[in-house]
Design a protein around this ligand. Structure first.
Ligand SMILES: Nc1ncnc2c1ncn2[C@@H]1O[C@H](COP(=O)(O)OP(=O)(O)OP(=O)(O)O)[C@@H](O)[C@H]1O
Ligand SMILES: [Mg+2]
Length: 444
């Protein structure tokens, strides 16, 4: 496949817009502005554009910065695969899943060239108005300005994302420096994964290994592939065998180690050794981390020990889990993430709703009175890890769950809350989000 939309032709559509319908039937416009320097992002098979999605809502337009990724139409599997991610509504379940597509744009043309596309949320970021990937940050020297605390948190956020993906039955399949984005969410720095196009799930067909003569299915990136994957690829020079990335656990470990230790010194060592990544293939195959310079491993000894365990594991499931990585980074997933939902509060204002802040439920039980005294009648408790809510008798309460709005009986005991639920009580509304509680919905 070749690029029939080259950059110059693509530039002709800057300033134009596309009219579309959203999944709930609303009218929307995708505006394609002139791209800033460094854009569009060019991948091996796609172009990524900075765009703005404007959705017509009853109370005024909603504007969403969106990363529009354009593909040629040849690979038919893309549609079903992208549609599953969208139907799972992962992108809205967790901040760590903001890199997952939430919209599909089938069959449109740019200058007579048929294209398909999807969009993901474009998180904010300090790098020329947007996020930036770890690969670019380390090659342009900006990674070294990121302190140890931030690095640790970014690593933990990747681990929390992989923990959530495992629960949803999804393998990202290409965790790598180019697919690890640093940006901001609600004013805070955050690390997310992007580029889910090669993901694996039992519920959808895999991408073809090749499209014509070019590789199509991503099989990880150099330095991030686990030993069995390397052997399988090497044993199949014809690209015939059905090989896919069966776990993100190894790549997660490499990403965390690289993010933790990357410095000018490390870069120097790697440059002398003639490579750009921490782990050359033969070192991964030797399953022996002690062959790395001690100047590198001493910067994160527990991490490299865990990475060696991953290299030596007999199967993907035997590799250290995302929770193991969280522990090595000094986080306890149970305490920090899972089962400690984030509540975002809204209040009716005229015809619209105003955001009233967000807080995490970190006690085993209590009420929402700390957010506003009017909410003191709403009690919560955790039954095992599950959040339960109890409302004051006679309070009319409505709940939006998976798009459907329904009355729920108040005063009828505790109701079990799911991530993504929105509750409406009087003038108030609040949304429950859990960073890692993404669950796969039942099969269609
Ligand atoms: N949601 C997003 N917001 C902002 N930037 C993004 C987003 N998704 C991807 N990017 C940027 O665009 C680059 C290319 O996107 P992506 O990785 O999805 O494409 P690709 O075709 O797989 O590229 P490659 O072949 O280099 O992996 C990423 O490395 C990242 O820098
Ligand atoms: Mg990529």
């Amino acid at each position: 496949m070749s690029y029939t939309v080259n950059a110059a032709r693509l530039a002709q559509v800057y300033g134009s817009s596309l009219q579309i319908k959203t999944r709930d039937g609303s009218d929307a416009t995708i505006r394609i502005p002139t791209q800033p320097s460094g854009w569009p992002r060019r991948g091996t098979e796609a172009y990524g554009l900075k765009t703005e999605l404007e959705v017509v809502r009853p109370h005024g337009p909603e504007r969403i910065p969106a990363f529009l990724k354009l593909f040629m139409t040849e690979v038919k599997e893309r549609e079903t695969r992208t549609r599953l991610l969208i139907a799972m509504e992962l992108a809205r379940r967790s901040h760590f899943f903001h890199g997952i597509p939430f919209g599909w744009l089938g069959n449109f043309t740019i200058n007579g060239v048929a294209l398909i596309a999807h969009f993901t949320r474009m998180i904010h970021g300090p790098y020329d108005g947007g996020p930036e990937d770890f690969g670019r940050l380390r090659s342009n020297g900006r990674w070294k300005t990121i302190d140890a605390d931030h690095r640790r948190r970014f690593g933990a956020e990747l681990a929390a994302a992989v923990a959530g993906l495992e629960r949803a039955g999804i393998v990202h399949g290409d965790i790598s420096p180019g697919n690890t984005l640093i940006g901001q969410n609600s004013g805070k720095d955050i690390c997310i994964l992007c580029d889910y196009d090669g993901y694996f799930s039992k519920r959808v067909p895999r991408l073809p290994r090749k499209d014509g003569r070019l590789p199509c299915r991503p099989l990880g990136s150099p330095g991030y592939q686990y030993p069995d994957l390397i052997s399988a690829i090497e044993a199949d020079p014809q690209n015939d065998a059905d090989i896919w990335v069966q776990t993100d656990r190894f790549a997660l470990g490499v990403a965390i180690c690289e993010m933790m230790v990357w410095s000018d010194g490390v870069e120097q060592i790697l440059a002398t050794a003639g490579r750009g990544e921490l782990l050359p293939k033969d070192l991964i195959m030797s399953r022996d981390v002690s062959r790395l310079p001690t100047a590198v491993t001493d910067a994160f000894p527990e991490g490299f020990k865990l990475l060696e365990k991953a290299m030596r594991a007999g199967s993907p499931a035997a590799m250290p889990s995302p929770e193991d990585w969280l522990r090595v980074l000094g986080f306890d997933e149970a305490a920090e993430y899972k089962g400690r939902p984030l509540i975002t509060l809204f209040r009716r204002r005229g015809n619209g709703r105003m955001r009233h802040g967000a807080f995490r439920l970190s006690n085993p039980s209590g009420d929402l009175g700390r957010a506003d005294s009017q909410l003191a009648g709403i009690k919560f408790q955790f039954d095992a890890q599950k959040l339960e809510l109890e409302f004051a008798p006679a309070a009319p309460v409505r709940r939006r769950r998976e798009g459907k709005l329904a009355d729920i009986a108040a005063g009828g005991g505790a109701v079990s809350a799911n991530p993504g639920d929105i509750y409406y009580v009087g003038d108030w509304g609040f949304e429950v989000a859990d960073h890692t509680a993404a669950q796969a919905p039942p099969p269609p």
